[in-house]
Design a protein around this ligand. Structure first.
Ligand code: C5P
Length: 291
């Protein structure tokens, strides 16, 4: 199973909910870049291995939690061996863990011949996290609630995406708390752009307008705490990006480019200026999976 990364082209926090989560309006697109999962039958139990030693493979991993939940819901007695080839950086705002969980649900549903209705997989997904439902759908979407309510959007993101990760992670929980603290201190801040402008630009495949409509409520507090993120954005803009933004809760920032060569040149410039340990990847939007 291919397990794509995502970027958020828009993420507006509407407020804090009674359950502690934040109410969102976000537009996400899946990318051609991602991880691979190999799923094989075994008589019983769930075994996860990963080529990245930094990732815990015990019962706390979303892949294992998704597999065990599907076993319970589907009354499955058989097991599965899952090998994860990790390419998506961890705690990077690219939703690698959520994507892996969605690929596990879809893959094991096939492997075990369950033919679960989409609603059943969506219910399991929503209980496990906020971004997993988006990956079950697998196409550009407007996501609401705490992120788990997915409305597919017509059209797609044209052009090329340059992902840049500075090599440190940002905790999603910290990013939301930093937003809440900044909001409490500043009171009413500038009104974000309306999401309808971005949705319309995607439908028209109008990259210039997409570039001007990017927005993320979580970006400002992170740019203040980690100034390198601002420098990375400025470098991509100077190299011809039509827009730049931090994805999700960061720390990955991305630039949108009309042409592949300009994205590649921007990537080379960033590695030359900030050091080769800066992680970069050029990819595109994908629409590979179905509900
Ligand atoms: O649901 P998920 O595991 O993706 O969320 C991780 C953390 O991010 C939550 O525990 C919460 O602190 C924060 N979060 C939030 N509002 C959201 C999504 C996530 O406050 N809509």
């Amino acid at each position: 199973m291919f397990s794509p990364a995502k970027v958020n082209l828009y993420l507006r926090i509407l407020g804090k909910r009674a359950d502690g989560y934040h109410a969102l309006e976000t537009v996400m697109v899946p990318l051609t870049f991602g991880d691979d999962l190999i799923l094989e039958p075994q008589p019983q139990g769930i075994t996860l291995t990963c080529d990245d030693p930094g990732l815990p493979t015990d019962d706390t991993n979303l892949v294992v939690r998704a597999a065990k939940r599907l076993q319970e819901v589907g009354s499955v007695t058989r097991g599965a061996r899952i090998r994860l080839r990790k390419r998506i950086p961890l705690a990077a705002g690219l939703a690698g863990g959520s994507s892996n969980a969605a690929a596990t649900l879809r893959g094991l549903d096939q492997l075990w011949g369950l033919h679960s209705p989409p609603a059943t997989l969506h219910e399991i997904a929503a209980a496990l996290g906020s971004d997993i439902n988006f990956f079950l759908q697998g196409q550009p979407a407007l996501c609401c609630g705490r992120g788990e309510q997915v409305q597919p959007l017509p059209g797609t993101l044209p052009g090329w995406v340059l992902l840049v990760n500075p090599g440190f992670g940002i905790s999603t929980r910290w990013a939301y708390q930093a937003w809440a603290a900044a909001e409490a201190a500043a009171g009413l801040t500038a009104t974000p752009p309306e999401v309808t402008v971005l949705a319309h630009a995607l439908a028209q495949q109008d990259l210039a307008t997409v570039g001007r409509s990017l927005y993320n409520s979580l970006e400002a507090p992170s740019l203040r705490k980690f100034p390198v993120l601002r420098l990375l954005k400025e470098t991509m803009q100077a190299a011809g990006a039509v827009g730049t933004l931090m994805s999700g809760s960061g720390a990955t920032v991305f630039g949108l480019f009309a042409e592949a060569p300009s994205a590649a040149t921007a990537s080379a410039t960033i590695r030359a200026r900030f050091g080769p340990s800066m992680w970069t990847e050029v990819c595109r939007s994908s629409q590979t999976s179905e509900a």
